[in-house]
Design a protein around this ligand. Structure first.
Ligand code: GDP
Ligand code: ZN
Length: 315
């Protein structure tokens, strides 16, 4: 039998078949997947093959194969073993929720997030939430940002999780896909998910209580079905993708506007910093590339933005 992993508690996996049957499954003995060194061999989102087994009249499944992953998001363990923990796999898209203020989402944060998503090959849609509460100035800023990101290929939608404005657009994108919602604490992820699928009843929290959130709570990712044919992966306590190690030469490849110009630079190993005849710097001078994006690029290049790493943004 074949099914999708909806939930994992470490030793047991909740697996759902295409017919909608749910089985509790586990792994027997040593189970290693070549090339992957992680603390958990199987993650939420994995497609697995399993055999049913009956012990004392209780039926459960034994997983014996895992299908190749399209992508996965990981967390590095903090101890010295340097092992990774796979949070979820096979995501079709992530919705990055952005608020202009309450709480503010900085472009350096957005850009770091997008670079990581590009490195993981996960499509990102930018959601500007709380538009019901924007004043004129906030609206202008949101529109400017949406312009910057649309220009380089990211879909941007202004929504209100409170009034439901434009939430239908988000639902339309979610149909038949596996989606995750990310963004700073307080941007409205739970409110939006609850609006989309009310019976999920994710906990929302008042802004004033944000600092009360535990930083070290261990939580498990879980996948949920929506009633319009899309799946949501909820990763409580984990709001980002973790960190991808990349070489300096690689960083520009994850900025679509820099990647597009790279072949026009004089030097093929151009880092677009001080080199002569650099197409990226020329585009920056002509305002074809947003300064905030270039600044984020330099920060990532120099490793100066530890503060904005998506794996510790709530600390
Ligand atoms: P999360 O930490 O991202 O899950 O954020 P929550 O969903 O818990 O929302 C944080 C706060 O923002 C709550 O007080 C929500 O009521 C509020 N909020 C969420 N979405 C909206 C919105 O679209 N408009 C307004 N005005 N407030 C919102
Ligand atoms: Zn260059």
């Amino acid at each position: 039998m074949t099914g999708l992993v909806y939930k994992s508690t470490g030793s047991w996996y909740t697996v759902k078949t295409q017919l909608g049957e749910t089985f509790q499954c586990r792994i027997k003995g040593k189970f290693r997947i070549k090339g992957i060194k992680s603390t958990n061999p199987i993650a939420v989102g994995d497609l697995v093959d399993f055999e049913l087994e009956k012990v004392n009249d209780v039926e459960s499944g034994i997983i014996h194969n895992i299908h190749d992953r399209k992508n996965n998001i990981v967390r590095k363990s903090v101890n010295l073993s340097k092992q990774t923990h796979i949070i979820a796999s096979n995501l079709d898209q992530v919705f990055l929720l952005i608020t202009i203020n309450n709480p503010p989402t900085l472009t350096s944060f957005i850009d770091r997030f997008l670079v990581t998503a590009e490195a993981y090959s996960i499509k990102t849609v930018l959601i500007f939430n709380k538009i019901d509460a924007y004043d004129e100035e906030t609206m202008l800023e949101a529109k400017y940002l949406a312009h910057v990101y649309r220009k380089i290929g990211y879909e941007c939608i202004g929504v209100s999780a409170k009034t439901g404005e434009n939430v239908e657009k988000v639902k339309a994108l979610m149909k038949d896909k596996v989606s995750m919602f990310s963004g700073h604490s307080g941007v409205g992820k739970s409110t939006l998910v609850n609006y989309i699928q009310p019976d999920l009843n994710l906990k929302t929290k008042e802004i004033s209580n944000l600092h009360m959130q535990g930083q070290h709570t261990t939580t498990f990712a879980e996948m949920y079905d929506t009633d319009f044919g899309g799946k949501i992966i909820d990763t409580p306590g984990i709001k980002g993708f973790g960190v991808v190690d990349m070489d300096k030469e690689e960083v520009g490849d994850y900025f679509p506007e820099i990647f597009a110009l790279k072949q026009d630079c004089k030097f093929n190993n151009c880092l677009h910093v001080q080199e002569p005849k650099c197409a990226v710097k020329a585009a920056l001078d002509n305002d074809e590339i947003a300064f905030s994006r270039y600044r984020s690029y330099l920060q990532i290049l120099e490793g100066e933005d530890e503060h904005y790493r998506t794996d510790n943004w709530d600390k």
